[in-house]
Design a protein around this ligand. Structure first.
Ligand SMILES: Nc1nc2c(ncn2[C@@H]2O[C@H](COP(=O)(O)OP(=O)(O)O)[C@@H](O)[C@H]2O)c(=O)[nH]1
Ligand SMILES: [Mg+2]
Length: 419
């Protein structure tokens, strides 16, 4: 059991709880950066210092709600044909031909700036911005595109040698004081072409380095520490796509991190770990809040144990990790295999055995004994609280492990096909 949650129960003095909260929270979020903003953290600590646990609980509640409802607008901009729509489809975790996908084509297919809300998290919208350099593009695309202040950040997409158009966009976004990420797409076809044209001297790493250097040299004239991400929208688990996702997350303000993390696809094991850590952070904050409330006299503390509610929560975790029914069906379809084969890799489908897991019962017992030894009481609500907390930890870990096994299967089948 988390020592901090136990200390709340022991009703340690507020000052001590404040410093324990801060150090406990910092350790908890060291991987991703956390979902509490600096302002929220300060208010929480102040609540402790003033001996007002209700203020602490209210602030946690407010922060959790704003993390869940955070809005985000991501602008994807670049020349027509550079792979913007394909890139958006990867970030939204849907196939290029899936329902609601951004249409992809060899002839310009997006003539107006088009919003693509995420199918599962509609607060987050990717904007496919009109390609420049085609007759269909807007008369003044830069004004139309860069002039909008609502974007959280920009992604400049380029698929060939660094162009004056790329430089112009980077310059304009920089002048607006907005953040941009430079993404060089289609590196799979660069590698293929080079391997065909120079079969004897071809070296994959050298070609990638040349592409990277070409972009970096040009970008360094515009920004002081440029970064370039080399990606393939067809092979998103390779090259820099996973690193790009992690960078986007770490750069986001804390309160926007939670939703962003949930919606981005599982491109790597380390990304699944980040998801697991953040979902656990939310559970921990929820539990911490409940623990505080449980010990404020006269505060109603309800924590029932409705199996159907927990089954619904388990499904929600599966959805967060991209393992809901629709996603599993899509994965099976993409791999040309049966849904059954994907489900056979997942242990989280067996709700009943998770609920009866021995480790949960053992943990609950340990905590119950501790609470009784300290307070001489064990209200049933506190007992239920522990049951829920450990059950949900088990759910999160099980679904995260499922996601890793499914990811490994996808990679195994893809590499088998390429041989
Ligand atoms: N080889 C390769 N082709 C890509 C990649 N991204 C997009 N394409 C192809 O490039 C063409 C234009 O892509 P699209 O996403 O419609 O570009 P947009 O006009 O910028 O939205 C389509 O035929 C895509 O299939 C990539 O990373 N690698
Ligand atoms: Mg397009």
């Amino acid at each position: 059991m988390d020592p901090l949650l136990l200390n709340v129960i022991k009703k340690n003095d507020s000052k001590q709880l404040a410093s324990e909260f801060l150090s406990g929270y910092k350790t908890l979020v060291s991987e991703v950066g956390g979902i509490l903003s600096q302002v929220s953290l300060k208010r929480i600590l102040k609540g402790f210092e003033k001996g007002q646990p209700k203020d602490v609980a209210d602030e946690i509640q407010r922060a959790l709600q704003s993390a869940e409802n955070a809005r985000q607008n991501v602008a994807v901009i670049g020349q027509s044909g550079s792979g913007k729509s394909s890139f958006i489809n990867v970030l939204r975790g849907i196939g290029h031909e899936g329902a609601g996908s951004a249409s992809v084509g060899v002839v310009p297919t997006t003539r107006k700036k088009t919003p693509y809300p995420h199918p599962k998290y509609p607060n987050v919208t990717f904007w496919d911005l009109p390609g420049t350099g085609t007759p269909e593009s807007l008369p003044n695309p830069y004004q139309e595109v860069v002039g909008d202040d609502n974007y959280d950040y920009f992604i400049i997409i380029s698929s060939s040698r660094f162009s004056s158009n790329d430089a112009f966009l980077a310059q304009k976004i920089q002048e607006k004081g907005k953040k941009f990420y430079f993404v060089r797409t289609k590196v799979d076809s660069d590698l293929y072409n080079e391997s065909k044209s120079k079969p004897r001297s071809f070296n994959k790493e050298t070609v990638l380095q040349q592409i990277r250097d070409n972009c970096l040299i040009n970008l360094s004239k515009i920004v002081s520490e440029p970064t370039v991400f080399l990606v393939s929208n067809f092979k998103s688990k390779e090259f820099d796509f996973p690193k790009l996702q992690e960078t986007l997350l770490q750069d986001l303000p804390a309160e926007k991190r939670y939703t962003a993390l949930l919606l981005l696809p599982n491109l790597s094991e380390s990304f699944i770990q980040l998801k697991r850590a953040t979902i656990k952070e939310k559970l921990w904050l929820t539990a911490f809040r409940a623990a505080i409330l449980a010990f404020i006299p006269l505060t109603p503390f309800c924590c029932g144990f409705e199996l159907s509610e927990h089954e619904r929560d388990l499904k929600q975790y599966q959805s967060h990790f991209g393992l809901d029914e629709e996603s599993v069906s899509q994965i099976a379809q993409n791999l040309g295999t049966s849904e059954q084969e994907i489900y056979s890799l997942m242990k989280s489908t067996d709700f009943n055995s998770l609920v009866k897991d021995d480790s949960i019962i053992a943990n609950v017992k340990k905590c119950a004994e501790f609470v009784f030894s300290v307070t001489g009481l064990l209200p049933s609500s506190v007992f239920q609280f522990y049951k829920v907390y450990f059950l949900h930890l088990k759910f999160i870990d099980t679904v995260a492990e499922d996601a890793k096994r499914v990811l490994a299967k996808i990679e195994e089948m893809r590499s088998g096909r390429m041989k």
